[in-house]
Design a protein around this ligand. Structure first.
Ligand code: APR
Ligand code: PHB
Length: 399
């Protein structure tokens, strides 16, 4: 049996990029079908970072899915940098023109987007297998897959590759049409989620000779902590008690006293990578989000970059259908990449500044501490950190 669908935009992947794009297109009256490899339950339960820049907050509002975020999300007007055993606050509001960030878990955001999609009765093929893209250089691209015992053909005008780092879209582009830039870091992040009150009401980024640590949160009763660990470590080696003990050793005395520990709800190790694909458009195929780029998580730019790609892509497609102009489509790749490279640079720099690099020896640690000392005591230094953390403007430096 073959089922044929006809839609304007076929979206591959129901992560934050694909779901948000689907919602923005729906609002503009543009028809889209999403094809997702995993089950809806799997997509709903993935745990990832959750710090939203103003640009992302605005976009979620534009997509009509911001209500719960505004109710339950936590507005953060600053964060702490901890080094040489002492904490120093970066005041985002004061340093970055009154801006703030919103702490709202990606799991919640994904849920809101999935619920909105379901409520609008839009088509999503979950658990699609053998997803393939075809003829994106022609005027009649197609996506094919196997789903619920049937072969599906999705005929469309455009394909949006929102299928993450391991997806099929980027992998389908011939190697001589694509350039990839990559750096893999020699350590990973061991993350732990617990139903314990966060150690501090704001985030703490920790530079310690024992390695980086991050005290983050999902709500006032749920905390998320990370430890820098060697890539050779396995999550099974880390009991909850060992995790809490190591975290204590990386904190300042006050935070150590305030730390409330408890059983982990989730524990996992993630590698750190910087990765960019150029270009991001191939005929009628667009890559967006993790399909096109990865940042190391220090600074939480991943989701925010996905959101700005989607903003540019939705804008370009709306312009195409409503104004019969391809200007946005033609500029998509360049516009995205300018913002991406600036966020890549910040994420790489913040990662390099905060992590322990054994190969740099004791002098490496001293130089990091001197740089941190300079940053927090120089207004322009602190402003640089704050400005990048809240997110650079979408039209930065554009004519
Ligand atoms: N066919 C269909 N779907 C696929 C395929 C495939 N061959 N391969 C992957 N997918 C799906 C994945 O199962 C996933 O649901 O594409 C989706 C991609 O989602 P994400 O990896 O979350 O990527 P994206 O939507 O771009 O979101 C970026 O996620 O990783 C974080 O830091 C990142 O916060 C950022 C956000
Ligand atoms: C998280 O809460 O998962 C998180 C927060 C900030 C970061 C990275 C991850 O920089």
């Amino acid at each position: 049996m073959i089922a044929t669908h006809r839609t304007q935009v076929a979206i591959v992947g129901a992560g934050p990029s694909g779901l948000l794009l689907g919602q923005l297109l729906f609002k503009a009256g543009i028809d889209a079908v999403i094809v997702e490899r995993q089950s809806a339950e799997h997509v709903r339960s993935r745990i990832r970072a959750g710090v939203l820049e103003q640009v992302s907050i605005d976009l979620l509002d534009e997509a009509g899915v911001g209500q719960r975020m505004h109710r339950e999300g936590l507005v953060h007007t600053g964060f702490d940098l901890l080094f040489k055993g002492e904490r120093h606050r970066i005041d985002l509001q004061q340093l970055a023109g009154g801006q703030h960030v919103m702490v709202y878990g990606q799991t919640e955001l994904t849920r809101d987007l999935m619920d909105a999609r379901q409520a609008s009765g839009l088509t999503t093929l979950y658990e699609a297998q053998q997803v393939q893209i075809h003829d994106y250089d022609s005027a009649r691209p197609r996506v094919t897959c196997e789903h619920a015992g049937k072969s599906h053909i999705i005929e469309c005008d455009f394909i949006a590759g929102c299928d993450g780092f391991h997806g099929v879209c980027r992998a389908s582009v011939p190697r001589d049409r694509i350039m990839e830039f990559e750096k893999v870091y020699p350590f990973g992040w061991l993350g732990l989620l617990a139903d314990t009150p966060p150690v501090h009401h704001e985030l703490i980024y920790v530079n310690s000779p024992r390695g980086f640590a991050l005290c983050s949160q999902r709500s006032t009763t749920r905390s998320r902590y990370y430890l820098q660990v060697p890539l050779t470590d396995k999550v099974e080696q880390w009991s909850d008690e060992a995790f809490w003990q190591e975290l204590r050793l990386r904190l300042d005395p006050q935070a150590r006293d305030h730390l409330v520990t408890g059983p982990s709800l989730e524990k996992s190790i993630a590698p750190l990578r910087s990765f960019v694909t150029e270009p991001m458009r191939f005929g009628r195929l667009f890559l967006a989000g993790d399909a096109a780029h990865i940042v190391p998580p220090t600074g939480a730019k991943g989701l925010n970059l996905a959101a700005s790609d989607v903003k540019y892509l939705a804008g370009a497609l709306i312009e195409h259908y409503q104004e019969r102009s391809n200007a946005g489509i033609d500029h998509y790749s360049d516009r995205c990449l300018r913002r991406i490279w600036r966020a890549e640079r910040f994420s790489w720099w913040f990662t390099s500044l905060m992590h322990h690099f054994p190969e740099n020896g004791a002098i490496g640690q001293k130089l990091q501490e001197a740089e941190l000392d300079y940053l927090i005591h120089s207004e322009s230094g602190a402003r640089t950190v704050a400005e990048n953390y809240v997110g650079l403007p979408l039209s930065f430096g554009e004519a």
